[in-house]
Design a protein around this ligand. Structure first.
Ligand SMILES: N[C@@H](CCC(=O)N[C@@H](CS)C(=O)NCC(=O)O)C(=O)O
Length: 221
């Protein structure tokens, strides 16, 4: 049995990515829920940045979700979650980087913007990112398959999906319903949501709406 422990928080989309990767690999693992408001003593011995996710594999430690996912893909090669050739793997890493440096900040900015010009700018920013995914990503790479790279699920799907499971937060708190304008993205989200791995740890939208209230400030009166 693989001796894997993942230090996680149910609310955290980054930890969600790495739990999905473990589930897709079919590896047995132990998930340890960390209370991020009250981290256990010594947590930085396991996760030097003090964040989730982090994993322990035997006595080895890995942290940072994107790095954890690539590590898991290397040490548990079946089923592979990166494409077989170098150019497609490069594309996959570009999209994982896009998720971290362009998409997630846009989602967070909108959630954190209660009103006014700042909120309008954040809406536009998120809209632009969705449009880029639709036209530059899914339209060019998915072909007729359900996933980012067509027929086979990959780390790119697992990297983005947690924010789409949390999408009701952006609708509820910011009235942003514009995902409806992107048919490929919606089909992609539906396909990924049907995965056994995803279903096995999915939370209802009420869970996220409740837990994300603290990240979505209301306008001052
Ligand atoms: N770049 C990190 C981000 C992880 C992250 O921000 N985790 C948050 C929870 S979603 C966390 O642990 N926050 C606790 C803290 O910063 O003290 C990754 O990809 O793993």
């Amino acid at each position: 049995m693989a001796d894997i422990k993942i230090y996680s928080a149910t609310v955290c989309p980054y930890a969600h990515r790495s739990r999905l990767t473990l589930l897709e690999k079919g590896v047995e693992f132990q998930s340890i829920e960390i209370d991020l408001q009250n981290k256990p003593e010594g947590f930085t011995d396991i996760s030097p940045y003090g964040k989730v996710p982090a994993i322990k594999h035997g006595d080895k430690r890995v942290w940072e979700s994107a790095i954890i996912n690539e590590y898991l893909d290397e040490v548990f090669p079946e089923p592979p979650l990166l494409p077989p050739n170098a150019i497609d793997r490069a594309q996959a890493r570009i999209w994982i980087d896009f998720a971290n440096t362009w998409f997630v900040p846009a989602y967070s900015n909108l959630l954190r913007s209660p009103e006014g010009q700042e909120q309008k700018a954040a809406e536009q920013e998120l809209y632009d990112r969705l449009q880029f995914i639709e036209n530059e990503g899914l339209a060019k790479l998915s072909k007729d398959g359900p996933y980012w790279f067509g027929e086979n699920i990959s780390l790119v799907d697992l990297t983005f999906y947690p924010w789409f499971e949390r999408w009701p937060t952006i609708e509820y708190y910011r009235g942003f319903y514009r995902l409806a304008e992107f048919p490929r993205l919606q089909q992609w989200r539906d396909a990924v949501s049907q995965r056994k791995s995803v279903g096995s740890i999915a939370n209802p939208k009420e869970f996220y709406i409740d837990r994300y209230a603290r990240f979505a400030p209301v306008a001052a009166k």
